[in-house]
Design a binder for this molecule. Structure first.
Ligand SMILES: NC(=O)c1ccc[n+]([C@@H]2O[C@H](COP(=O)([O-])OP(=O)(O)OC[C@H]3O[C@@H](n4cnc5c(N)ncnc54)[C@H](O)[C@@H]3O)[C@@H](O)[C@H]2O)c1
Length: 451
């Protein structure tokens, strides 16, 4: 099958390479010339486990190519995926300018029947807007070219994007065309050979809303457990035990109930806000989601409050913090809306100095935030001479670090853990003062030394 993917970011690149991996002929288009030039040389613009191998092998077998020429790509394809960014507008709505610009370009260039697919996360009604935009352009050209619209939102998780795409929990296809439905089913069948019922067909509006509702539900679980964590801290309960206790109920389940320093990334914050905004435009007040957002905003500031409480002062001048983790979650270099940025800015503005380590996200963080940070390529060297360690992203190799080395490098043995990676008793036994989320703090061991 011949496919064009427009937008070669986290979603477009994974979609394109995984579709090529199944034997399809895929052209990936982007208007960022540097990105395309890099990709043509086999260099990836993002970090995503397993992606490089798939891209390399499909380029080698001539199933995957990259271009800035949207027109030729569209003309050579039956399926045209729109996977460009839909960032947050100033008021929190989804900014559709890239999607609609692409629709105009498709309308200017389409020469034969195509299936146009919105893969970007877009509010209900966007596929119709794209349809109208393309139709209008075709009419302006004095032509009558048939095409179908499909909404096919993406559910991959950064850090596991390739395996999510190759073995999806479900594939949502919203369309009003039998022809498009059959073709999409044929395209996606190889990804669902064990269970074809994972391809779910629905109308376009329901498909568009499913994506927002899914992210809103997941964000709600995170804010919910973060609120429960706050209750744990003041009552002496342990949020780890509570989450295991509630997660044992099948109706609740264990996943997505980890307390922390708030959700970030390019999806949850923007999708929750976009859903709130688009509902408000229809006079629907999404009260739960507004609370979810507020709790999350507070949660991102929680660690700075905890640090100030620990030192019993608002002014952190003279203190240096070693910071482990800049990405918004492990296994990605994505730092958009990362809680780390909020915490680092809070510490810097209180006068502290920061030395930071992340295995994948140092370059992206530098580019996006331009903060006065001393970056370190080594997780232990990053600790040298710091007054405390702040853990903000749960990369696997932070789970069982060399605590003796941490203690040697730090000026005082203090860990602020935003991801509850360690057992409080274990770190206490090794002489650390340890502050985490929703669990008892260990402050006795070296209280005096730490001040
Ligand atoms: N990142 C995720 O984990 C994820 C998961 C599911 C859904 N989504 C959604 O998928 C969409 C894309 O997200 P992303 O993270 O891949 O974005 P991204 O910012 O990484 O990539 C978007 C790409 O589109 C390109 N682009 C913009 N305008 C263009 C145009 N006119 N022509 C050609 N290319 C153009 C940009 O140069 C960029 O390379 C968004 O709507 C997002 O909400 C993202």
């Amino acid at each position: 099958m011949k496919i064009t993917i427009i937008g070669t970011g986290y979603v477009g690149l994974v979609t394109g390479s995984c579709l090529a991996h199944m034997g399809n002929q895929v052209i990936c288009v982007d208007n960022n010339k540097n990105k395309i030039a890099k990709l043509k040389k086999g260099r990836l613009p993002i970090y995503e486990p397993g992606l490089k191998e798939i891209i390399d092998s499909n380029i080698k077998d001539a199933r995957l190519s990259f271009t800035t020429d949207l027109s030729s790509a569209v003309q050579a394809s039956e399926f045209v995926f729109i996977a460009v960014g839909t960032p947050m507008d100033e008021d929190g709505s989804a900014d559709l300018q890239h999607v609609l610009a692409v629709a105009e370009e498709i309308g200017d260039t389409i020469d034969d029947y195509k299936i146009i697919i919105t893969k970007s996360t877009v509010p209900v009604g966007t596929a119709e807007q794209v349809r109208k935009t393309i139709k209008k352009k075709i009419e302006t050209r004095g032509l009558a070219i048939n095409f179908d619209m499909v909404s096919n939102p993406e559910f991959l998780k950064e850090g596991r994007a390739v395996s999510d795409f190759l073995s999806p929990d479900r594939i949502i296809i919203g369309t009003d065309s039998e022809r498009a439905r059959d073709r999409l089913e044929a395209l996606y069948n190889p990804f669902c050979r064990t269970d074809g019922s994972r391809i779910l067909f629905m109308d376009i509006a329901s498909s568009e809303l499913t994506k927002y509702a899914a992210n809103a539900m997941l964000a709600t679980r995170i804010s919910f457990i973060n609120e429960i964590a706050a209750v744990c801290e003041t009552t002496g309960a342990d949020v780890d035990q509570v989450r295991i206790g509630i997660g044992a109920d099948n109706r609740i389940g264990r996943r997505f109930l980890f307390p922390g320093i708030g959700y970030g990334g390019s999806c949850f914050p923007k999708d929750v806000q976009s859903l709130i905004r688009s509902a408000a435009k229809m006079d629907i007040d999404l009260q739960i989601l507004k609370a979810v957002e507020n709790v999350n905003r507070d949660q991102k500031n929680l660690m700075v409050r905890k640090i100030k409480d620990y030192y019993q002062r608002d002014d952190l001048k003279g203190l240096t913090f070693a910071f482990w983790g800049l990405a918004f979650k492990p296994e990605t270099d994505d730092v958009r809306e990362s809680p780390s940025a909020v915490i680092i800015k809070g510490l810097l503005s209180a006068g502290a100095a920061i030395q930071a380590y992340d295995p994948a996200a140092i370059e992206t963080f530098k580019q996006m935030y331009e903060l006065p940070i001393k970056y370190n390529a080594d997780m232990y060297a990053c600790l040298e001479g710091a007054d405390a360690l702040v853990l903000a992203t749960e990369w696997h190799h932070f789970r069982r670090p060399d605590f003796a080395r941490i203690q040697n490098e730090l000026r005082s043995p203090v860990i602020f853990d935003g991801r509850n990676q360690y057992d409080p008793d274990y770190v206490a036994g090794r002489g650390f003062n340890y502050i985490s989320i929703g669990r008892r703090s260990v402050r006795e061991a070296n209280e005096t030394a730490a001040r």
